[in-house]
Design a protein around this ligand. Structure first.
Ligand code: SAH
Ligand code: SF4
Ligand code: F3S
Length: 493
């Protein structure tokens, strides 16, 4: 099969805020026409042959990426596609990619390589690659050169255009590339069509302005843009009407929510939490991620005052050493960070903490790692995500000359991991004999008779003597057997 390449590089012209609102409605209506047309085509096929086209979507990145995949899946289902049992059997394969670390990128290339032989056998299979990796021009070039069996490439700013882009791949042997190199505007009104979800992600803002020197996200997601509070509240109300009990408000730095809003709409993140807390029928509110430089006392007070906001704070510190934090462009010191934690612990009893830690940033010394371990010991995290620094092309840290050798990075990583795991095990052990409120999510994968859910502290709790009618409900569970990464207990009748 021969592939021609079309490269559509659309540069969005600056439009006024007023105009953006009208444009959003038009854009969604336009896409709905494509959804209807593809749906008609798929129904026709089904009526003639009894066959339904299927999709398989793999998400490589963070919660935001996962939420984007949910949107894509919603669109696909509205177009009449059903989920395939496996990637190899699917008519449409989507990779929603992540660029944050090299490993995530290598996996995508590996998977694309695997699909080559499958597509040879099934040439009608469509392969779509989207998400953060596609915002990097060298990645798109690589795919166009080495993975010519790909049908469609698009980026993070034009997800809403997926139906139109998909349609453009039909009956055409071309790689369609549509990557916007500037920030997408906030497009509202995407039919979410979500199925009943006990827990749902809700974007409150897009992009990031922080440019931590190691991080690719500001380049792949563009500058910060906040959604209007009314749109967020409407979305949550509609989710709750359909049965959702818990929402996670998403943004790369939710603490700076509201900065891009017009004056008559402007509210802070703390105020947004208080507004969401008023929604009847909603049981729990979570949020991520918080940047320590922007978390205000008001956010801590809102967490304390709002009964639905869970006692859980994910506050990445990355490194304990103030000099390394400066090199990372994080804008806080070790002492600043510890002060926030102290305040939060004082205001909110039983607050659970999690964090992100990076090991091996350029110039890191053993003493810097001691500082990181010192923060872990002082805060006592319930859980922590530890990452080995990965060089990202185009970021300032990639050009720093004092890169840490791989073997040293790995040794330090093991040292930190040991501390992190010990502390989270100790914290879990404290729950023995305590009764926790659990939002039941389903049956355990390993044992159907065991139900599983999350506590307000975001602990996974498995319990016996419940029944499936409890799924989606809040129950009380007494912890009888705390494990390192989860808690086992019994339903309190
Ligand atoms: N916006 C969020 C984090 C987004 S990325 C925040 O600021 O907290 C999630 C985590 O990936 C980061 O917290 C960081 O620990 C890690 N990360 C980002 N860039 C990385 C890199 N180049 N190498 C290794 N880990 C990285
Ligand atoms: Fe990356 Fe820093 Fe922005 Fe988080 S705050 S997404 S780590 S640049
Ligand atoms: Fe998320 Fe990865 Fe993009 S962490 S924002 S999917 S680079």
């Amino acid at each position: 099969m021969k592939y021609k390449k079309i490269v559509l590089l659309v540069r969005r012209s600056k439009v006024s805020k007023r105009k953006q609102i009208d444009l959003s409605i038009d854009k969604i209506e336009e896409q709905e026409k494509y959804i209807e047309a593809i749906h008609r085509m798929n129904e026709g096929l089904f009526n003639r042959t009894g066959y339904r086209k299927s999709y398989f979507c793999t998400t490589f990145g963070c919660q935001m990426n996962e939420h984007d995949s949910e949107m894509l899946i919603n669109m696909l289902e509205a177009m009449g596609y059903v989920q395939a049992l496996s990637e190899d059997q699917a008519d449409l394969v989507i990779y929603n990619t992540c660029a944050v670390r090299e490993n995530a990128e290598l996996k995508v290339y590996g998977n694309l390589g695997h699909l080559k032989s499958i597509k040879k056998k099934r040439p009608d299979m469509k392969i779509v690659v989207c998400g953060c990796m596609m915002q990097q021009p060298h990645v798109v070039e690589e795919i166009k050169k080495k993975y010519r069996h790909v049908d469609l490439i698009f980026g993070t700013h034009n997800l809403y255009k997926f139906p139109e882009l998909l349609e453009s791949t039909f009956n055409r042997d071309k790689i369609i590339v549509d990557v916007w190199d500037v920030d997408g505007e906030v497009v509202e009104g995407l039919k979410s069509n979500r199925k009943f979800e006990i827990k749902a992600f809700v974007n409150i803002m897009y992009g990031c302005n922080n440019f931590c020197t190691y991080c690719i996200v500001p380049y792949t997601r563009g500058r910060e843009r906040s959604r209007k509070p009314g749109d967020i509240i409407d979305e949550i109300r509609s989710l709750v009407k359909d049965g959702t009990k818990e929402v996670t408000l998403l943004g790369q730095n939710v603490n700076s929510y509201g900065k891009t809003l017009e004056d008559d709409q402007k509210i802070s993140f703390a105020q947004l939490l208080r507004e969401v807390n008023k929604i009847d029928g909603l049981e729990r509110i979570r949020f991520m991620t918080s940047h320590p430089k922007d978390i205000s006392d008001d956010v801590i007070y809102a967490m304390r005052d709002c009964d639905k906001v869970c006692e859980f704070l994910h506050l990445p510190f990355q490194a304990g050493s103030t000099s390394l934090l400066k090199k990372m462009n994080r804008h806080y010191t070790k002492e600043d960070y510890l002060k926030i934690i102290e305040k939060a612990k004082r205001e909110i009893p039983n607050l659970a903490f999690s964090t992100d830690i990076m090991i091996g940033f350029p110039g890191e010394t053993d003493q810097d790692v001691d500082d990181t371990i010192d923060i872990c010991e002082q805060v006592r995290y319930d859980s922590a995500f530890t990452f080995i620094y990965s060089k990202r092309r185009g970021t300032p840290a990639a050009k720093m000359l004092d890169q840490v050798p791989d073997d040293v990075k790995h040794q330090r990583f093991e040292r930190v991991l040991e501390v992190v795991n010990r502390i989270s095990g100790e914290k879990n052990a404290n729950y023995l004999g305590k009764t926790l409120e659990v939002l039941v999510e389903g049956a355990s994968k390993k044992n159907e008779a065991v139900l599983t859910g999350k506590s307000r502290h975001n602990k996974t709790v498995n319990f016996t003597s419940g029944d499936k009618s409890m799924i989606g409900k809040l129950v009380q569970v007494k912890i009888t057997d705390p494990k390192s990464f989860s808690l086992n207990g019994e339903l309190v009748k």
